[in-house]
Design a protein around this ligand. Structure first.
Ligand SMILES: *Cc1c(COP(=O)(O)O)cnc(C)c1O
Length: 516
């Protein structure tokens, strides 16, 4: 990456930092509009520099070298002007920031973002509404509610659904498990956990997830005081989806042990394989056993946008609750996520336990308040506005075409990898994740795991291509996560060529060492 000295004319026009502490020149108000506009323009200029000068997804800088840049900085000595501020942040951060928008970034679940959402960010932070109560958000409350209703419609929920924006999928999953647990205790044990804490049998509560479910489920069970022991991992099929027959068996086994199955978390789009658990079959099993069904669609929610592939989520409408991460699959900037319930009365469990089942007892607050729906946040950002801007300007269909493109590119890539004797592919994907590894041509004596780790790290510190990795059956694999409609099959072809080159280099080095 080139050295950037892209400080704009705007930055130099900015007034110097006032020394008079009482002038309130830095507070956003009607008297500082000019300063505000110049600062925002300067920030946008800086971003232009990031776009123009960044041609690799990562600069390749090593942590020690980056950390050393911080040595000379004292937070107690403010900089004289915006010019020096932007220059400093360029060195500390922007120059080395991972560029998710480049096609060669195919590592983690970070999507490129759409421009209307970025425009919304400017408004969100300046007006700074808080979504907890109507008197702190007004129209923000209704924008959020309309987006939740819209998302519910996409899921196939009736108008009885409800939900709330959250900070991310882990938080939404926590809400799912919390409501599931409290609902179970209230309905089947006549016990109010919110008021009275866990019943004596709580240590027997069991939550079923697949082996490939997100780790937030364990963390959440532990946060809830159930312990990770409450999570039962169900084996997966050949595409790493929860095996419904094994789920039934696992539930049976737990019942025989005297434990109490309370919930199933199905994953719609696993982080490692992008595949979707059999939602309809799981919903039937949940119903048979009076268990809550939560669907973690943090990743797979993007399919809601697609006409071509929406059917892959069939059955999601049967779930009691769903996690949606717009910041994973709706091209939204972080944070943007939601938790939805099929029956809005269930969301009330977290507010009014005693009367949650009685609609007549609903509170008729004069002012609507989203805080009643949010467990983990009080003051809450108006993230919903980003999605509003996106849908109002671009529409669902355009986003859906991006999603289709990503899925189609991934399938082409899967065929390329599968068709090459240099690679071993573990599974095709319903979404955009491919787990595979490079296989040496003369594999005798070569540590394939070490070789693939070498390939990944070499590409990372060259900054040329960023891929992720995962372990399956204790073996190290490379992982592509394709979330960018700008990533084409040609890019993938180039990336595979680079992987082969580093693989061959590694083989050569091992060969040379062995012969020396
Ligand atoms: C990313 C992810 C999560 C966690 O979401 P965050 O927004 O990172 O908190 C949960 N589940 C799945 C399947 C995910 O891919």
């Amino acid at each position: 990456m080139e050295k950037q000295t892209l400080i704009s004319i705007y930055a130099t026009e900015l007034p110097e930092n006032e020394t008079d502490d009482t002038s309130c020149n830095d507070i956003f108000h009607e008297g500082t509009e000019t300063e505000y506009r110049l600062a925002i323009r300067a920030a946008a200029e800086q971003i232009s520099g990031f776009l123009k000068n960044t041609n690799k997804p990562f600069s390749g800088i090593k942590p020690a070298a980056l950390l050393a840049e911080f040595d000379s900085i004292s937070l107690d000595n403010p900089l004289p002007d915006y010019k020096s501020l932007f220059a400093e942040i360029n060195d500390l951060y922007i120059k080395h920031a991972t560029a998710f928008h480049l096609p060669e970034y195919i590592a983690h679940l970070n999507c490129p973002v759409v421009i209307p959402a970025l425009a919304a960010e400017v408004i969100i932070s300046a007006i700074n509404s808080s979504q907890d109560t109507y008197d702190q958000s007004a129209g923000g409350t209704f924008i959020e509610r309309r987006l939740i209703d819209w998302t519910g419609q996409q899921l196939g929920y009736s108008s009885q659904c409800d939900g709330v924006f959250t900070g991310g999928g882990s938080q939404s999953n926590l809400m799912g498990l919390l409501v599931a647990r409290d609902y179970y205790a209230l309905t089947y044990l006549d016990h109010n956990i919110k008021l009275d804490g866990h019943p004596a049998t709580a240590h027997k509560f069991r939550i079923f997830v697949s082996e490939k479910a997100h780790f937030s489920n364990q963390k959440n069970a532990s946060l809830m005081g159930l312990g990770e022991q409450a999570i039962i991992k169900v084996a997966t099929d050949e595409r790493f989806r929860m095996d419904a027959v094994k789920l039934k068996l696992a539930i049976q086994q737990e019942i025989e042990k005297g434990n109490i199955p309370i919930a199933i978390v199905a994953t719609a789009g696993t982080t490692d394989f992008g595949n979707i658990d059999p939602l309809t079959a799981i919903a039937h099993i949940a119903k048979q056993h009076n268990m809550w069904m939560h669907v973690d669609a943090a990743y797979g929610c993007g399919l809601l946008l697609s006409e071509k592939y929406r059917h892959l989520l069939n059955g999601i409408e049967l779930a009691d609750s769903v996690t949606i991460d717009y910041h994973k699959s709706f091209f939204q900037p972080i944070s943007s996520s939601a938790f939805l319930v099929r029956n809005k009365l269930h969301l009330k469990i977290i507010k009014h336990h005693a009367d949650y089942l009685n609609p007549k007892e609903q509170d008729y607050d004069e002012l609507p308040a989203q805080i009643n729906k949010s467990i983990t946040q009080s003051t809450r950002r108006f993230d919903a506005l980003k999605l509003w801007f996106t849908l109002r300007l671009m529409g669902k269909q355009k986003l859906g075409h991006y999603t289709d493109k990503i899925i189609d590119t991934t399938e082409q890539a899967a065929c390329l990898i599968e068709g090459s004797h240099h690679f071993e592919l573990l599974s095709h994907s319903d979404l955009g994740v491919l787990v595979f590894r490079y296989i040496p041509q003369n594999s005798a004596g070569t540590d394939i795991c070490a070789m693939n780790l070498y390939i990944k790290q070499t590409m990372f510190f060259n900054g040329e291509v960023l891929v992720a990795s995962t372990k399956v059956n204790d073996r190290f694999y490379l992982k592509f996560t394709i979330l960018n409609p700008l990533t084409t099959i040609q890019h993938i072809q180039n990336i595979l060529t680079i992987i082969k080159k580093h693989g061959k280099d590694y083989e050569q080095r091992c060969h040379d060492t062995a012969n020396s």
